[in-house]
Design a protein around this ligand. Structure first.
Ligand SMILES: [Fe+2]
Ligand SMILES: [Fe+2]
Length: 128
């Protein structure tokens, strides 16, 4: 598994541009923090890139991200990435115990906030 094969999975299962942008943003944030914390940038980056890959095919919390796991296993995605993906969603019950799992949860949140702030246009500010 490398970045190209991880991105190929994203391209196979995701067509929504905003969702792809979200996963690319989380990938970038994960790589930044992996470097900062002297962790494996490739591993952290791929985890961010793949974490919501099944949202389009499993768009409910009854399914996402659990139902995507068999697909990831079939594609040869390392278990460390799969466990981190499971842990990013509270309802899976998979605890966040590793630095990478905690990093994914944090990067998922912070990139959402940054994207929302970036989308606020200056002309909207008078209403706040
Ligand atoms: Fe998610
Ligand atoms: Fe996400």
């Amino acid at each position: 598994m490398n970045r190209d094969s991880a991105f190929a999975i994203v391209q196979e299962y995701v067509s929504n541009e905003n969702l792809i942008r979200h996963m690319l943003a989380v990938e970038a944030a994960m790589r930044f923090y992996a470097e900062k914390l002297e962790q494996d940038q490739e591993l952290w980056g791929m985890t961010g890139l793949l974490h919501d890959f099944d949202w389009e095919i499993h768009p409910t919390l009854d399914e996402h991200p659990m139902a995507g796991v068999p697909i990831l296993r079939d594609k040869g995605v390392p278990e460390e990435i799969i466990q981190a993906i499971l842990s990013h969603a509270e309802h899976t019950g998979v605890p966040r115990t590793t630095l990478m799992q905690k990093g994914l949860f944090a990067c998922d949140e912070i990139t959402g906030l940054i994207t929302a702030v970036a989308l606020v246009r200056p002309t909207d500010l008078w209403m706040i």
